[in-house]
Write a protein that binds this ligand. Structure first.
Ligand code: NAI
Length: 339
């Protein structure tokens, strides 16, 4: 049913039966913003993951209900809810992976950048707490705009003297999930077999799917590839508009977040060949942060993989995205330095 491949996302643990003979190490996962649109289904999916032994659910509103509900599921992890700021330290202590979907989502007409003011402040304060209570945890940043919130987190950790670039990840998995789904539909191939790297960042044109590297190969026209690229870049907006004011992608995002966290846990546990795309500190371009394929391991980020060969259109897309990505990164850095 589940094929082996170098992309960890094709065999997420939460779809696999947890055999009692499997001696998975103890792992604590904390979700900050656990009662939100993403947080709730993400809490459910992480509760189903047999690699998790303790699940800490933190939110400033609605946590007790979500924690009680999820805790009744008869899977390995012990669930605890943390409902107020004074409990954040306890929620974080001992965490191996911290997933952050806290913040406000987009409404129709808004860009991810419009969220900056509110979410920047939320992310900054949560990262200050991470620096204090679990500086060694792998941080999976979901809160938008990811192109800025990851640099914000890095600046906070630097200011606290705990920054380790191997532990900070912007979650761009939803872009990969979308690219795979849309490609499979157009190429008429089995979606479970599809791999498509997505590079750049996580907003509009900074999202650059590399369909020239997609497998299985298909003979799609330039026009098809252009349309697929645009649909991947606008995937978030497609959902925002369909939800008509009731938020942005939550269910597909929870799935993507669970896939990425699962890959982080597998890496920590020493599984070989765990490769996902993520927005990380990087030297593959001149920009300080960039999304590309990365290898995950016992220390978090083990290796930032190169971009591979790009088609002419992808090369153009890469050059076109750089100014916007650069300014989003700088905006995040400036936010922390000026506050
Ligand atoms: P939501 O509004 O449904 O949930 C956000 C949750 O965060 C709420 O429960 C709220 O109480 C909580 N929260 C707010 N401030 C907090 C704080 N200081 N500490 C802890 N919790 C806090 O929003 P939704 O739809 O779950 O989206 C969350 C974030 O994820 C947004 O920034 C959204 O833009 C982003 N997102 C990211 C995607 C990605 O691909 N990386 C995709 C979709 C959304």
């Amino acid at each position: 049913l589940l094929r082996r491949s170098n992309a960890a996302s094709t065999s997420p643990c939460f779809l696999r039966r947890a055999f009692s003979s499997e001696a998975a190490p103890e792992r604590k996962v904390a979700i900050l913003g656990a009662a939100g649109g993403i947080g709730q289904p993400l809490s459910l999916l992480m509760k189903l993951n047999p690699l998790v032994s303790r699940l800490a659910l933190y939110d400033i509103a609605g946590t007790p209900g979500v924690a009680a509900d999820v805790s009744h599921i008869n899977t390995r992890s012990e669930v605890k809810g943390y409902a107020a700021e004074e409990q954040l330290g306890e929620a974080l202590e001992g965490s191996d992976v911290v997933i952050i979907p806290a913040g406000v989502p987009r409404k129709p007409g808004m860009t991810r950048d419009d969220l900056f003011k509110i979410n920047a402040g939320i992310v900054k304060s949560l990262c200050e707490a991470i620096a204090k209570y679990c500086p060694n945890a792998l941080v999976n940043m979901i809160s938008n705009p990811v192109n800025s919130t990851v640099p914000i987190a890095a600046e906070v950790f630097k200011s606290k003297g705990v920054y380790d670039e191997r532990k900070l990840f912007g979650v761009t998995t939803l872009d990969v999930v979308r690219a795979k789904t849309f490609y499979a539909g157009k190429a008429k191939v089995n979606v479970a077999d599809v791999n498509v790297p997505v590079i750049g960042g996580h907003a509009g044109i900074t999202i650059l799917p590399l369909f020239s590297q997609a497998t299985p190969k298909a003979n799609l026209s330039d026009e098809d590839i252009k349309a697929l690229t645009k649909r991947t870049q606008d995937g978030g907006t497609e959902v925002v508009e369909a939800k008509a004011g009731k938020g942005s992608a939550t269910l597909s995002m929870a799935y993507a977040g669970a896939v990425f966290a699962d890959a982080c846990l597998k890496g920590l546990n020493g599984a070989p060949d765990v490769v996902e795309c993520s927005f990380v500190q990087s030297t593959v371009t001149e920009l300080p942060f960039f999304a590309s394929k990365v290898r995950l391991g016992k220390n978090g980020l083990e290796e930032v993989l190169g971009l591979g060969s790009l088609s002419d259109n992808e090369k153009q897309g890469l050059e076109a995205l750089k100014p916007e990505l650069k300014s989003s990164i700088e905006k995040g850095v400036a936010f922390v330095r000026s506050s």
